[in-house]
Design a protein around this ligand. Structure first.
Ligand code: GDP
Length: 140
């Protein structure tokens, strides 16, 4: 079964949308295999988003992601990566399809509620970034 790494970002937590967004994720057929609330250090956020280092929004993104607690989770489903990206919509909520999580809840291209891995390979790497294998449930 395919896995994807999801983060309910600090804006999701601050807006008290953890329950609402998690409900939608489960209603869409994803199984939650691991979940925790963490406050990322600058180093952790920079490591996670290393691919964006040097981009004009990088510093702002790191400040956002370290500005409050967030909720990483491991989700499992067939075709989890693509199906989750479809559920959340485009990075920019103005361009996200109607009914997607970002279209509904996100305030901006940066504060866009949720992260989802963009390939199965990145999913495996990102899952390992947050969760050692023994913290991931085989069934739930
Ligand atoms: P994602 O895969 O849809 O999350 O998008 P990317 O991997 O391209 O970008 C990672 C994250 O950086 C996004 O989810 C946003 O939080 C932020 N981001 C991306 N593009 C921009 C931008 O043009 N401006 C700002 N301020 N933030 C951005």
């Amino acid at each position: 079964m395919e896995r994807t790494l999801v983060i309910l970002k600090p804006d999701c937590v601050r807006k008290e949308l953890i329950g609402e967004v998690t409900r939608r994720i489960q209603d869409a057929g994803f199984r939650i295999r691991a979940l925790k609330m963490v406050s990322l250090s600058e180093k952790e956020a920079e490591g996670f988003y290393a691919v964006h280092e040097g981009k004009p929004f990088f510093e702002s993104l790191i400040a956002f992601m370290t500005g409050g607690p967030c909720v990483p989770m491991v989700l499992e489903k067939e075709n989890a990566v693509d199906d989750f990206r479809a559920l959340i919509g485009a990075t920019d909520p103005d361009e996200a399809d109607e009914g997607t999580i970002r279209a509904e809840f996100a305030d901006s291209i940066e504060q866009n509620i949720v992260h989802g891995s963009d390939s199965p390979e990145n999913g495996r790497r990102e899952v390992a970034y947050f969760f050692p294998e023994h913290e991931i449930a085989a069934h739930s």
